[in-house]
Design a protein around this ligand. Structure first.
Ligand code: ADP
Ligand code: MG
Length: 858
């Protein structure tokens, strides 16, 4: 057995893609053998059987061919790759063994099936050519979008976090960066080389080089990475990839830089703990009505702009859409009928489109004229441009409309999708087939009459074609010219020469009709493929329109305002709100706050008790800036935002529980990156930095970090801390402003007002928070007593957690810091109080003994 021709065929296919699970098509099944079968049993819960018995037994598992997608989904989800080995000739025509070939290798980064993709999320394959300047390329096979850039090694991880690819190609022999989102696929190092890239790229694009795409250097790391990605696709997809029609150079300098830690802390597209889209800023602002729009919105939010004019152009468009409520409602209504053109076009060019896909394309194209008409005479330059760029693609549309019926089937080889009167030849064949069917109906009636068997029926099956069925009851009346073909329960089946003659006509006409329809289908598909670029352009316009209308809708629903965008690093927000928290809280419950930073006083230090709203406040500032720079209105009454070149946000270790590494180390590494890369144009959000270590270390580090940001960088900084010691900084650093969160004490309750007010906080209300958190009454009562006692003994400062650091001015005016006085032992105080003049030596000895006892360890 193991050496049958088929198993040899299997082994060859397997050897060609050893790192993939091989799905071997056998008739109506995909079969897996050997180790793959065991894997399938484990991952897909298929029953493990065996081919052959005894010592030749080969483990085997399989599933019906029509379940391919759902099993592919499971394999990919389990982190595996799947090679699909199809029968590439008709078994009926095969001489001997059917030819089989691996037609495609499916991996996480190369999915194109709608069923395996989330319509609202891009699915990227990325490739990296590592180096001091690394090359990075990323491509979405399901839409054909292909981008590349050079990136300094230190920023590679941040760019990967922005793109969040699901698969990362990396040269063999070098250690690949790890990430939660991507699986690493190692590729031969030479495939990242300049000459391999040049060859792959010129073969694919039929161009002499990459200069035409805007890459100056044909051997740059970006181009090498792009070549490696393209070669991988060619190898795994084995089909036309014409929808990938250019490589866009990505210019990081035009984009607000957001590093990986910041993305995580600000929960821009994913939440910090669960890593889910729900609960993120993206999920909150997404009001798009198309899948393409939803993906583009995620892109805009992941890479906000830095160019004032570009940002204003988007804001103008949003403002105009917001003002014209009727227009926007109408646009959104029409857009909601738009199909996912980007992914559809990818299926067209990879030869996987169905008749239904084409009819959806036609339906979408039909919406364009009205959309275009609605966009005329707009004043926003961006809307005008979209109007101009919206190509109606009328020729393709007319072709599709004329050819396809309204409800097209999924299968292209079964016919039934071409409109009557489109092709006279097809109409003819259809009439023939239909006429044959009528003849058969008449024939049945005639034979019933002639034989007197009222239950005689004409039936059809695949094996015998048309037959006459007569129940055993009437076997005596069967005419002699009937030819018996088959016995079934209770009946016999017969054929007659007349019946066979018509059958041939019908079947042949049917068959030819289907073939013709398939031919017409491929012609239509090619016609669409021929207009790929134009339709892609319109798809892009629709996506942008959807995003802009979605931002207008967001602004209207949530009461956002248009921010004033300026180049100077200032920040003025009136009644700013946290976009996500505001939407979660009951209407009106969120307390808005003002913000003023930049200029002489860029560094804001926010102190206050736990749960007061410090984190919320400083994050809302970052989120508002982010939204403003992507071209969105912002949750505030008014805002003036100076464009930031980078936004950094860090959360102290203990606020971020999920990470396994030495949290303090991580915290400091991330803090170091800010200190090394922030500029005066940056915006820095630091939340409880220094928490991951002992108090002395933590507060010292926090202190030094604030000093550095203030003295050396001078960027807009928001620092939330529960180290009250830091509030002293405003005395030595002119750019520091203290803020705290208002608290009202009422009877023995404490109410957090969530209102940011000037000045430093002076109590931490820890016990109050403990009570809110459900600490048992006995415990917090006892804590209150202890606190009272401490307050009585040491003065209220110690008890409130506000032990003043001692600041001493040195000669040159610089400040030195001694953080804490050592806590004084009660004995010291007693010692001070001893009246030596009125004490006898004996009494003195007794007091000494007392002190000794008090000091002795208990
Ligand atoms: P802190 O960082 O000071 O410990 P947080 O910012 O985490 O406090 O806020 C704690 C809770 O207080 C939030 O989960 C929210 O429920 C509430 N809160 C914070 N800011 C506001 C606000 N401006 N308006 C209403 N509720 C708020
Ligand atoms: Mg906090």
């Amino acid at each position: 057995m193991s050496d049958t021709p088929m198993m040899r065929q299997y082994r060859e296919a397997k050897a060609a893609c050893p790192d993939a699970v091989l799905l071997f098509r056998m008739g109506d099944f995909y079969e897996l053998f050997h180790e793959d079968a065991r894997t399938a049993a484990r991952v897909l819960h298929l029953t493990l059987t065996s081919r052959e018995k005894g010592e030749n037994a080969i483990p085997m598992a399989g599933f019906p061919y029509h379940q391919l997608e759902s099993y592919l989904a499971k394999l990919i989800h389990a982190g595996l790759r799947a090679a699909i080995c199809e029968q590439v000739e008709d078994p009926k025509q095969a001489k001997g063994l059917v030819r089989r070939e691996v037609t495609r290798v499916v991996t996480a980064g190369t999915l194109v099936e709608d069923a395996l993709l989330d319509p609202t999320e891009s699915n990227y394959l990325a490739a990296v050519a590592p180096g001091d300047t690394a090359g990075l390329a990323w491509i979405e096979l399901s839409t054909g979008r292909f981008q590349a850039c050079d990136v300094p090694a230190a920023r590679l991880a941040d760019e990967l976090a922005r793109i969040a690819p699901s698969e990362l190609l990396w040269p063999e022999g070098q250690e690949a960066p790890r990430g939660d989102r991507w699986r690493v696929t190692l590729r031969p190092a030479w495939s990242f080389g300049a000459s391999a890239a040049a060859e792959t790229i010129s073969r694919h694009f039929q161009t002499a080089g990459v200069e035409g795409f805007g890459f100056d250097d044909a051997a740059s790391p970006a181009v090498r990475a792009a070549g490696a990605a393209l070669a991988y696709l060619a190898e795994t997809q084995r089909t036309s990839l014409e929808h990938i029609e250019r490589i866009e150079p990505y210019a990081a300098s035009d984009v607000l830089q957001i590093d990986a830690a910041t993305r995580r802390s600000l929960e821009i597209t994913r939440t910090m703990r669960e890593g889910r889209r729900d609960g993120s800023l993206l999920a909150m602002i997404d009001r798009t009505v198309t899948a393409m729009g939803s993906r583009l919105l995620a892109e805009w939010l992941s890479q906000p702009l830095t160019d004032v004019l570009q940002i204003r152009a988007r804001l103008d468009a949003v403002a105009e859409l917001l003002d014209s409520e009727g227009l926007t409602a109408d646009l959104r209504e029409r857009l909601s009928g738009v199909y996912d053109l980007e992914r559809l076009l990818a299926r067209v060019s990879t030869g996987r489109a169905t008749p239904r896909d084409l009819s959806f394309l036609a339906r979408t194209l039909r919406l364009l004229p009205a959309l275009k008409a609605r966009l005329t005479s707009r004043s926003s330059g961006l809307l005008q441009r979209l109007e101009r760029e919206l190509d109606l693609c009328e020729e393709v549309r007319a072709k599709l409309d004329g050819a396809l019926v309204d409800d097209c089937p999924l299968l292209s080889r079964e016919g039934g999708f071409i409109r009557p009167e489109f092709s006279p030849e097809l109409d003819n064949l259809r009439d023939l087939a239909a006429g044959g069917k009528q003849w058969i109906a008449r024939y049945q009636a005639q034979e019933v009459e002639r034989t007197g068997i009222s239950s005689l029926k004409v039936g059809f099956n695949k094996v015998f074609g048309y037959y006459l069925e007569i129940s055993h009851l009437h076997s005596a009346k069967v005419p002699p010219e009937y030819i018996r073909k088959q016995t079934v329960k209770n009946a016999e089946r017969y054929v007659t020469p007349e019946l066979k003659e018509y059958e041939e006509k019908v079947l042949a006409a049917d068959e030819r009709g289907k073939e013709l329809e398939y031919e017409l289908f491929t012609q239509l598909r090619d016609a669409v493929a021929g207009e790929l670029r134009r339709i892609q352009g319109s798809a892009r316009v629709l996506a942008q329109l959807d995003v802009l209308a979605s931002l207008a809708e967001l602004a209207r629903r949530q009461g956002y305002c248009r921010p004033e965008i300026v180049a100077d690093p200032v920040l003025e927000i009136h009644d700013g709100r946290h976009p996500v928290l505001e939407a979660i809280l009951p209407a009106g419950a969120f307390v808005p706050n003002d913000t003023q930073s930049g200029g002489e006083q860029p560094l804001l230090l926010i102190t206050g008790p736990n749960m007061a709203g410090k984190s919320t406040y400083i994050r809302q500032v970052a989120l508002i800036s982010l939204l403003g720079q992507m071209g969105s209105f912002v949750p505030a009454r008014a805002a003036k935002l100076g464009v930031a070149d980078r936004i950094f946000a860090r959360v102290g270790a203990s606020d971020e529980l999920s990470r396994g590494q030495s949290t303090f180390m991580v915290e400091m590494t991330e803090a170091a990156r800010i200190l090394n890369t922030a500029t005066s144009q940056s915006l820095v959000i630091l939340d409880e930095i220094g928490r991951g270590t002992s108090t002395y270390d933590g507060v010292s580090l926090a202190w030094a970090i604030v000093e550095h940001l203030h003295d050396r960088i001078g960027c807009r900084t928001f620092f939330a801390t529960h180290y009250h010691e830091l509030t002293e900084l405003d005395q030595s650093l002119s750019g520091v402003v203290n803020l705290n969160v208002a608290v009202r004490e009422w009877e023995d309750q404490v109410v957090f007002l969530h209102k940011i007010v000037p000045g430093a906080a002076d109590r931490s209300y820890g016990i109050h928070v403990a009570r809110l958190a459900g600490v048992p009454r006995a415990v917090y009562r006892r804590a209150e007593n202890i606190l009272k006692k401490l307050e009585a003994e040491h003065g209220s400062q110690a008890a409130s957690g506000r032990r003043k650091p001692k600041l001493r001015a040195t000669v040159d005016g610089a400040l030195q810091l001694t953080l804490f006085e050592p806590a004084e032992h009660p004995v010291a105080d007693k010692l001070r109080q001893v009246d030596l003049d009125g004490t006898t030596p004996l009494e003195a000895l007794r007091i000494l003994k007392e002190f000794q006892e008090e000091l002795a360890p208990k």
